[in-house]
Design a protein around this ligand. Structure first.
Ligand code: HEC
Length: 469
């Protein structure tokens, strides 16, 4: 039996879920026959679209006013009816998660009726839209904000990779509940994975709060950390917690109920972004991303573990991830869990050739537990999917992930015209892979099982304010 699952059972926890949004959605509510903008449409937009379509929210335009939305009515109706927006690639009939970004059938019908009636405004349009503030966080008001060093990305720049640090100093030790990355350039930041390094107070006399960075050259073993000034005064490598923050395109932060995944921070600490990836830039911009930190008074009760299947993970990909040109290929990866676990969050990860992704567990008695199905993979939406309640996977169950890749010209995201052979790049030390290389990963955040977990809710009260009338 392999105990790999236990060796990665470190106290990391993933970013943070919960977001501004869909909680106003009563599935039993009926469509409004003759809706008006201020009363019926604006609240739907503010709750379900504005989380992204606002200043710095990552979407290409801001929903600003009744007049503008009326002008966009055709595209708006199309993306809503086709369920392209809000983006939620997981099949909700296969498994369901917290904060599904999805309109109800009644909401869609209401928007259809509004457009059919000629988009009546109501008496007081824009009151709610005017209250929408620029994007700051998907989790609420942070207790501490740290800034990363700025990175200038000239026009036409290719993929770039960095190691980056954000040092912090606290007045006293604190329990950390969640850490969230907020990219300054959400369209260019492709990946951020951060570890937390704690320094016992006496172990670093000189402690600079200046953020640092080192640019990495893919394929070169230049992951030298000396310039980042991370070691303790005695030259030792300090204690670190892995993956306390993760960002991928479209990600919303994850926050668990009190006591789960919480960890203790020393007064002096550094967050290290160990694989900060910017995609190619079409215009010259400067990124200055920030890290939001959330404290709690509730001490850690249960540490989360992280199980990674596929690329660089505990399980082999079969057949190996080599995708010939003009082919659609299917690959699987499986892992048998050596102990009872409770799954909290899933994160499927593929790159641009991804076509679909499915994962499930087969229990020793042959029953299947659905985990996630993404029938149409979209590189832009790589959420961390947190279950509404913990999902127990009994010892001896086999978790399988299946991914289909499309390396034909019919795939509009195919970066190669004509297509060429694409594969994983293990020579990059497993990280720093370009978007045009492929990956097949399935990352599971879990706890060791405790009786009653299957009834334990993972929903936390929203700290985001959605403007309401
Ligand atoms: C999770 C973030 C997010 C949410 C929530 C969201 N959008 Fe978007 N939206 C985006 C992004 C990012 C794009 C740009 C997509 C792209 O890269 O093609 C976009 C694009 C669009 C477009 C342009 C599509 C096109 O074909 O040009 C429309 C229209 C749109 N969104 C409407 C909406 C509406 C209406 C809602 C709410 C019902 C909504 N969006 C919710 C992020 C979001």
């Amino acid at each position: 039996m392999r105990y790999a699952i236990l060796y990665i059972a470190i106290l990391g926890f993933w970013g943070c879920q919960s977001n501004a949004n869909l909680d106003s959605q009563d599935p039993l509510a009926e469509a409004v026959e003759h809706p008006v903008f201020d009363e019926h449409i604006e609240p739907i937009i503010v709750a379900n679209c504005s989380p992204c379509h606002r200043e710095n929210g990552g979407a290409p335009f801001v929903f600003k006013s009744y007049e503008q939305i009326k002008k966009k009515q055709k595209t708006l109706l199309k993306v809503v009816v086709d369920r392209i927006m809000p983006p939620w690639p997981a099949d909700v009939h296969y498994s369901s998660f917290i904060d599904e970004k999805r309109l109800t059938d009644a909401q869609i019908k209401t928007i259809q009726n509004w457009v059919k009636d000629g988009c009546p405004s109501g008496k007081n349009p824009n009151a709610l839209l005017n209250k929408v503030t620029p994007f700051e966080s998907t989790l609420g008001k942070p207790d501490l904000v740290l800034y990363l060093d700025s990175v200038s990305l000239p026009q036409g720049s290719e993929d770039r990779f960095f190691l980056m640090t954000a040092p912090g100093l606290l007045p006293q030790k604190k329990y950390i509940k969640a850490v969230e990355l907020v990219p300054g350039q959400p369209n260019l930041m492709h990946h951020f994975n951060g570890h937390w390094i704690n320094y016992e107070f006496d172990s670093r006399k000189n402690f600079s709060l200046k953020p640092r960075k080192v640019e990495l050259t893919p394929g070169k073993g230049d992951r030298s950390t000396s310039t980042l000034d991370l070691l303790a005064d005695n030259g030792q490598i300090p204690d670190r917690k892995h993956s306390v923050v993760n960002y991928l395109p479209g990600v919303f932060g994850v926050m668990y109920p009190d006591g789960i995944g919480t960890f203790e921070a020393e007064r002096k600490f550094i967050i290290v972004g160990n694989d900060v990836h910017y995609g190619p830039s079409r215009k010259s911009v400067t990124d200055r991303s920030k890290i939001n930190i959330f404290f709690t008074d509730v001490p850690p009760k249960r540490g989360t573990g992280e199980l990674m299947l596929g690329t660089n993970g505990v399980s082999k990909i079969e057949p190996p991830l080599v995708i010939p040109p003009n082919k659609i290929t299917k690959h699987t990866t499986s892992f048998t869990v050596p102990a009872d676990i409770s799954i909290l969050t899933l994160n499927p990860h593929l790159h641009l050739l991804g076509k679909s992704f499915k994962a499930y567990a087969i229990k020793p008695n042959g029953d299947t537990i659905n985990l996630i199905w993404i029938p149409k993979w979209d590189f832009r939406w790589q959420y961390f999917y947190t279950f509404k309640k913990m999902v127990k996977i009994p010892r001896g169950s086999t978790i399988t992930a299946e991914a289909v890749f499309d390396n034909t010209t019919a795939n509009p995201n195919n970066p190669n015209r004509p297509p060429i052979t694409v594969s994983e790049r293990m020579d990059y030390f497993g990280s720093s892979m370009k978007a045009s290389d492929e990956m097949f990963q399935f990352i599971i955040t879990y706890l060791g099982y405790e009786p009653g977990d299957e009834n334990r809710s993972l929903e936390v009260p929203k700290k985001i304010e959605i403007p309401k009338k």
